[in-house]
Design a protein. Structure first.
Length: 75
């Protein structure tokens, strides 16, 4: 079974803290994949999601949290 992988737009404000946000740019290891050992809808596959978070010179130290969705669509 072949599938497509999609993450949020490549640059967005994801991490929010008490003193502002950090803009995150995401990247996927692949945009598509194929289930290995697939029979019908069974099988396994792996992919990774990475990202960068450039900090402003005046970025306030603290805890920043956020979430985003990765969507896998079977073709």
């Amino acid at each position: 079974a072949v599938f497509a992988i999609a993450s949020p737009s490549s640059s967005f404000s994801m991490l929010a803290g008490t003193s502002g946000t950090i803009v995150v740019t995401t990247s996927l290891s692949a945009a598509t994949g194929t289930l290995s050992g697939a029979t019908g809808s069974a099988g396994t596959a792996s992919f990774t999601v990475g990202g960068t978070m450039p900090l402003a010179a005046n970025q306030v130290a603290g805890n920043y949290t956020g979430t985003f969705n990765v969507t896998v669509t079977y073709n």
